[in-house]
Design a protein. Sequence first.
Length: 171
Amino acid sequence: MSEVNLSALTTEALAKSDVLWLRVDGRERLTWFASGADELAGQVLLVSGGAEADLGPLPEQVEVVLRSKGDGGRLLTLRARAQALSPGNPWWEPAAATLLAERLNAPADLLDRWRAGSTIWLLSPFGLPVQAPGRSGPDGSARADAPITAGAAATRVRHPWHFGGRGTRRG
C-alpha cells in the first residue's frame, strides 16, 4: 500500500468541498464551511446561529469529517480544536470576509447580522487523522467483523405459500 500525503489530502479536501460533517458527542451534523486563507490557512471556518443553522456551543475538541467531491463519501476524519471568535477578536474580520466570499446568495447586511447574532467558529485540525484512505477508523475492524443483520425497519421477506409445502430441489 502506498503512503498518502495527509497534508496535501487535507488541503485538497478542504478546497474542493463546501460542506462537511461536524461530529460532536457521537452525532454528525452537516454544515457548510470555508477554508481560511493567509494567516488562517489550514483552518476551517463555520458560522452558527442567527441567520445560519445553529450548531450550538461546540466543545473544545470536535471531529471534522471531510467528504470526497467525486462520490460524496467519507474521505478523511480529523480532530480539531474549536474556538469561538467574537467580533472584537482580530481574526474575526478576516474570517468573516472569507466566509462571506463563500456564502451563496448573501444579502448585503449579512456581516451585520453575523456580528449581532451569530458565532464564527475557528476549527484548527491537529494530530493524525481518526480515519484516512487505507486506514479504517477506531471501530473499523469491529464494524467489518460484525454480522450483517436486518434492522427493525427492514422489509420482511415473505415466501409464497405452496400447497403441500415447498418441494426440495433436485439437481
